[in-house]
Structures are given as structure tokens and as C-alpha cells.
Design a protein around this ligand. Structure first.
Ligand code: BV8
Length: 229
């Protein structure tokens, strides 16, 4: 990667697919079994909190049985050794990047293994279920915890930090995302405007492939180590 100093990497569900975590939009994926409006919006949570808790409790349990794959490991190696600025922005709410060793990481759509108290607004590590309306570990209020996940219509986390990194990047790499959801799907255009080279690594061309200088198709566990190493 000659001439590259500052790297921003965007990851999506495709980077965790080979770890056995369902993606959202591939055949049989998570959204195939549910309408997004029924499980991933604040309105859904008000309308049918038990359905939303069942959906997220099942995913929180499933994640804990999965392991990082070669793509997570390669990104963690790059993070550990890259002398310039590097930021992994993940849309994923699993903890596989961390478990592979990644440090310079932002979860823009939240984290499954946290619970968010709608009374005291604090996040607490959480590996159990929420459908049984447990007490908030921070304030003790019972029945007010929700998944710490950014739903549609909600503001993603740390957007200022993300845009600051993108505007300093000279390489932007998108891995395992369909380019279906904003603002993440627009990052490649921000990166181009900042003068960065852009690379997409994905099983198939994404909805935003047109915007990338280069797009390679294949499984992340092959493409990412090839690119990193
Ligand atoms: C926002 C919840 C304002 C967590 C998710 C009307 C009202 C309000 C907002 C909107 C609106 N209309 C449009 C919007 C914006 C909206 C949006 O984009 N809607 C879409 C549907 C059009 N966005 C929002 O609401 C966002 N908030 O806009 O706030 C704002 C704007 C700007 C700046 C600040 C604030 C909030 C979006 C977050 C929604 N939450 N999830 C959860 O349940 O997990 S989104 C959900 O989809 C995931 O979290 C994920 O992040 C996202 C994208 O999915 P992908 O990760 O790409 O997964 P997908 O299955 O789609 O694709 C997988 C890809 O991997 C495929 O391409 C496949 O080929 C590839 N693949 C598969 N296997 C492999 C592989 N690649 C490599 N190797 C493999 N083995």
C-alpha cells in the first residue's frame, strides 16, 4: 500500500458471515424472516417490545457461540501494525472484531453485548436476555432496558469521529456490506471527495460499487488476508 498513510475501513455483515452470523439481506438472512419495520425501529419497540426483545435476545445468544474468522484476524493484524492512522468503522453489532484483537474500532450501529437504560441513559455490558425486563445495573430501575442498537430513524454513533477520519483518509476500504443503509452507504462518496482511493471487497457488487476505484468479489476470508498481507 505504497503512498498510503491514513486508512478507513467500513465493515458490514458480510465480514461475519463465514463465522456463521446471518447477514441481513442475503437469501434467508435476518430481515428475510422479519420486516425491518417490525423489529428494527423505535416504533416497533413501542408497538411490540416482546417481538423486538425475542429478535435481539436470540441474536445476542447466537453471537456468543461464534468465533472471529480470518478476515477479522487480518484486520486486527493490520490495526496492530499500521504506523499511520487507521479506523475500522463497523456496522455490525457483534464483538468479533474486538475478539480478533482490533483496537481502533467504532460500532456505528451499537453493540449487541450492551443494554441501554431508557431511564438513566447508561449502557451496561449484557449477555443475557432482556425480554424478562431485568433491572438496570446502573440505576436499578426495572423493565427499562433496550438493546444498545441503532434502529432505523435513529442517529448512528460517533458520526463526527467517523467523518473526521474519512476526511483525512487516503484509502477507504469497504468490506462485506450491501451499501443499502445510510449514512454508511454514503461514506465512499465522502472519501472520494477527500481524495482517497477506494476499494470494495465483497461477495458480489454492492449497491454502491459504481463509486469505488476498484471492486473485488469473493469471500472475505480470502479477499481480506490477500489485501492485508
Ligand atoms: C439515520 C440495526 C439520520 C441493528 C441497522 C426514513 C426515515 C429515517 C431514516 C431514513 C428514511 N429513509 C432512509 C433513511 C435512512 C436509513 C436508511 O438508510 N434506510 C435504508 C433502508 C434506505 N438509515 C437510518 O435510519 C440510519 N439513521 O439515517 O439517522 C442521520 C443521517 C446522517 C447522519 C446522521 C444521522 C440508521 C441506520 C441503522 C439501522 N440499523 N441495524 C441490528 O439489528 O443489527 S441496519 C442493518 O443493515 C445492519 O445493522 C447493517 O449495518 C445494515 C447494512 O447491512 P449490511 O451490513 O450491508 O448487511 P447486508 O446483509 O445488507 O449485506 C451483506 C453483504 O455482505 C452483501 O453485499 C453480501 O454480498 C456480502 N457478503 C455475504 N457473505 C459474504 C459477503 N461478503 C464477503 N464475504 C462473505 N462471506
Amino acid at each position: 500500500m505504497s503512498g498510503v498513510h491514513n486508512i478507513v475501513i467500513l465493515t458490514g455483515a458480510g465480514v461475519s458471515a463465514e463465522s456463521g452470523i446471518d447477514t441481513f439481506r442475503d437469501g434467508g438472512g435476518l430481515w428475510e424472516q422479519h420486516r425491518v419495520e417490525d423489529v428494527a425501529t423505535p416504533e416497533a419497540f413501542v408497538r411490540d417490545p416482546d417481538l423486538v426483545h425475542r429478535f435481539y435476545d436470540a441474536r445476542r445468544a447466537a453471537i456468543q457461540t461464534k468465533q472471529p474468522n480470518a478476515a477479522h484476524a487480518a484486520l486486527a493484524r493490520l490495526d496492530a501494525h499500521w504506523p499511520g492512522e487507521l479506523l475500522i468503522v463497523t456496522q455490525n453489532v457483534d464483538d468479533l472484531h474486538e475478539r480478533a484483537g482490533a483496537k481502533r474500532l467504532i460500532h456505528m450501529h451499537g453493540e449487541h453485548l450492551n443494554a441501554w437504560c431508557t431511564v438513566c441513559d447508561r449502557r451496561s455490558p449484557w449477555t443475557g436476555t432482556l425480554i424478562d425486563r431485568p433491572a438496570c445495573p446502573a440505576c436499578g430501575m426495572v423493565g427499562y432496558l433496550r438493546p444498545d442498537v441503532v434502529w432505523f430513524g435513529e442517529m448512528p454513533y460517533r458520526m463526527d469521529d467517523i467523518y473526521r477520519a474519512i476526511n483525512r483518509a487516503d484509502l477507504f476500504v469497504s468490506i462485506g456490506t450491501s451499501g443499502a443503509v445510510y449514512p454508511a452507504a454514503g461514506f465512499v462518496r465522502e472519501a472520494r471527495q477527500a481524495g482517497a482511493r477506494t476499494l470494495e471487497l465483497n461477495m458480489e457488487p454492492s449497491q454502491g460499487s459504481y463509486w469505488f476505484d476498484e471492486a473485488r468479489q469473493g469471500p472475505a476470508t480470502q479477499l481480506v488476508p490477500q489485501w492485508v498481507d
